[in-house]
Design a binder for this molecule. Structure first.
Ligand code: CU
Length: 133
């Protein structure tokens, strides 16, 4: 009995290079967007740090300017939020300054959501520990 047509099984060379070209184009299209989402470059305290006490100020420095801070929570092991405010540094729109209160020893998690300059949302989290005196 006659088998199914094999015309689709082997692609002509032209189709394959067209596909490769499309992949390269897609990568190029993503590149500027990725630059606008360069993520957190540095934090204070650093991820995984062990500090004496919960600092009154926590900072997050991004790789590019932000449009706004959507939310930052600094939660202890019980899930209590210790952040009182989170705003862009007026002198550096790539830096978020978070104020905290009620320092207690223990593990902390900083969970943030910001709006990149291109208007898209970006979020992440890091943890550190306050030893207590
Ligand atoms: Cu974006």
């Amino acid at each position: 009995m006659p088998g199914p047509s094999k015309s689709g099984a082997v692609r002509p060379r032209g189709a394959r290079s067209l596909l490769a070209g499309a992949v390269v184009l897609a990568a190029l299209a993503v590149a500027p967007h990725a630059l606008a989402h360069s993520g957190v470059q540095a934090t204070s305290p650093k991820p995984g740090a062990v500090v004496q006490a919960l600092p009154a100020t926590i900072t997050l420095t991004f790789g590019s300017r932000l449009m706004r801070v959507s939310s930052v929570r600094v939660t202890d092991a019980k899930g209590v939020n210790h952040a009182t405010s989170a705003r862009l540094d007026p002198r550096n729109a790539a830096r978020v300054v978070v104020r905290t209160r009620s320092p207690v020893p223990g593990a902390y998690r900083v969970a943030w959501t910001v709006q990149s300059e291109d208007g898209h949302s970006e979020s992440g989290a890091f943890a550190f520990r306050a030893r207590g005196r």
